[in-house]
Design a protein around this ligand. Structure first.
Ligand SMILES: Cc1cc2nc3c(=O)[nH]c(=O)nc-3n(C[C@H](O)[C@H](O)[C@H](O)COP(=O)(O)O)c2cc1C
Length: 205
């Protein structure tokens, strides 16, 4: 699959693993994806937009009310441009908001306004991850087709080795490519089916 011209929107949320997003954005860029970064307001406490802007080659977006360059609102134009939306790292908070219809910032609005596949890489404390509400929210999102990668076992911010560490960047990129090539195959076969239907209709006349 050629990665050229595929736009990956990377949503970065306020986890200690936000610094890992720098590596993920860098790898996506090296793999020829167009990368657009959205940070939640709280994520700005962890990494600077300047770093991510430099790595992605595009302005980092945070504010849903920022005036758009063109007539369409920023969240809908971004949503339309996405081939895939990756949220890495994903907090318990953003997973909860997405699972419960809460669109109160740019990232959640873009996810809801887009028809692109969504891949989520959670990162959080082990007890947060195993909390029944978080588990229920993940199950809810999986049921509607959102995909999850990780978390894995590793050294957490609290100091002990446990489940909750963000999946390795290389694994996340591999999953992005897999999802995009599967959706390209699906749209190719849908195109073929449409052509067959059209030609069989023209034979009917
Ligand atoms: C030092 C620190 C590290 C944190 N790490 C995480 C984390 O890894 N995962 C998580 O779900 N929340 C974590 N939190 C809590 C989130 O930052 C908090 O819920 C925040 O409001 C989430 O905002 P967002 O989901 O809009 O980005 C952390 C908070 C602090 C102060």
């Amino acid at each position: 699959m050629s990665a050229a011209r595929k736009t990956v929107i990377v949503g970065i949320t306020a986890s200690i693993a936000a610094y890992k997003a720098c590596e993920i954005v860098n790898l996506l860029q090296k793999n020829s994806f167009d990368v657009r970064v959205i940070m939640t307001k709280d994520a700005l406490e962890f990494v600077t937009p300047l770093t991510l802007q430099t790595l992605s080659g595009s302005k980092v977006l945070t504010d849903i009310f920022e005036p758009a360059d063109r007539w369409s609102p920023v969240h809908t134009s971004l949503a339309d441009s996405a081939s895939l939306i990756l949220i890495a790292p994903a907090t318990a908070n953003v997973i909860g908001r997405l699972a419960n219809g809460i669109c109160d910032d740019l990232l959640t609005c873009v996810v809801y306004a887009s028809r692109a596949p969504v891949l989520i890489a959670p990162a959080m404390n082990e007890n947060m991850y195993n909390h029944k509400v978080v588990m229920g929210n993940i199950a809810k999102l999986e049921k509607i087709g959102y995909r999850f990668i990780g978390p894995v076992k590793g050294r957490l911010a609290c100091g002990h080795d446990a489940i909750g560490h963000i999946a390795p960047a290389a694994e996340i990129i591999k999953e992005v490519k897999k999802i995009l090539s599967a959706s390209a195959d699906k749209s190719q076969s849908a195109g073929g089916l449409r052509r067959i239907r059209r030609s069989s209709r023209s034979n009917e006349r």
